[in-house]
Design a protein around this ligand. Structure first.
Ligand SMILES: Nc1nc2c(c(=O)[nH]1)N[C@@H](CN(C=O)c1ccc(C(=O)N[C@@H](CCC(=O)O)C(=O)O)cc1)CN2
Length: 283
């Protein structure tokens, strides 16, 4: 039976470290601030945003929520981002995705000042990361890399197969693994014979949004399996990995819930402090 990688516990450890940093800065009168922008009333997004706010509070970050109606115009949202970019009190800006279909996510992401982009989605930050310059990485893959490090899962020289090519998870995940000297294969919806590829992997990261896509037939015995999927099926949360059949053969596996999700939120806190320090020339 696989070792269960406890994302909740690792996230709690990261949060504790962030709390210690913010406490130290507070003693010098420095308070970092995260602002989250939520558009509309998407129930899952509202839950994630509440969770981010609660966590920010817990780790000692000032946090504000800008909640705009679902029919807000793109121009109004962009004007709000301009205001936050200019606000010297704000260290990190996050626009919760997905956005309503009348708003271009790409235009919105590009409007956030790169130095306040806690998600690491701005093309400037993505490009910097691509060429090996230091910028914040998107929170989900960054959380997974932290988990590997803290769980002593050495990725150097290993074959990592990432399933999913989104800008938020799949692509940056592949880049981060590559930067850590893994040999990386990036698979997607048009990949032929996915199972033949994943079966050669020492590490599988599933991030496609297809419940139960990765089965026992996709996994080499002893492989590390990371499940980024968060699919609602009949009101129940399901990952992209068929946990019950994969766990008995994997070496280590993340559960859903309690795996990658909490790590994403913890890394958001860490990224906020990092950007706050960089902007204020603190170490
Ligand atoms: N601007 C962003 N938007 C979105 C991101 C992101 O990183 N930045 N990622 C996802 C959603 N997300 C964070 O925003 C997120 C999703 C889920 C969780 C989480 O902790 N999930 C729990 C289960 C919660 C449940 O029961 O529904 C878990 O896995 O244990 C955290 C963050 C899309 N949008």
């Amino acid at each position: 039976m696989a070792r269960i990688l406890d994302g909740k516990q690792i996230a709690a450890d990261i949060q504790q470290e962030v709390r210690e940093r913010t406490t130290a800065f507070e003693a010098s009168g420095i308070h970092f601030q995260l602002t989250v922008v939520l558009v509309g009333d998407h129930p899952a997004s509202a839950t994630y945003v509440r969770n981010k706010q609660r966590t920010a509070e817990k780790v000692g970050l000032k946090n504000t929520l800008i909640h705009l109606p679902g029919d807000v115009s793109e121009d109004t949202l962009l004007a709000e981002i301009d205001r936050l970019n200019a606000d010297t009190e704000v260290d990190g800006i996050l626009v919760q995705l997905p956005l309503p279909s009348h708003i271009s996510e790409q235009v919105v992401i590009e409007r956030i000042a790169p130095e306040k982009d806690v998600d690491g989605f701005h093309p400037m930050n993505a490009g910097k990361n691509f060429v090996g310059l230091s910028a914040v990485w998107p929170c989900t893959p960054a959380g997974i890399m932290e988990m590997f490090e803290r769980e002593q899962i050495d990725v150097a020289g290993k074959h990592a197969v990432v399933v999913g090519r989104s800008n938020i998870v799949g692509k940056p995940m592949a880049m981060m693994l590559l930067a850590a000297n893994a040999t990386v294969t990036l698979c997607h919806s048009r990949t032929q014979d996915l199972a033949a590829l994943t079966r050669t992997a020492d590490i599988v990261v599933a991030a496609v949004g297809q419940p139960g896509l990765i089965t026992a037939a996709h996994v080499k015995p002893g492989a590390v399996v990371v499940d980024v999927g968060m699919n609602r099926v009949d009101g129940k949360l399901m990952g992209d990995v068929a946990f019950e059949e994969v766990a008995p053969i994997a070496g280590a596996i993340t559960p859903v819930p309690g795996g990658v999700g909490p790590l994403t939120v913890a890394m958001l806190m860490k990224n906020t402090v990092r950007l706050g320090c960089a902007r204020r020339h603190l170490s």
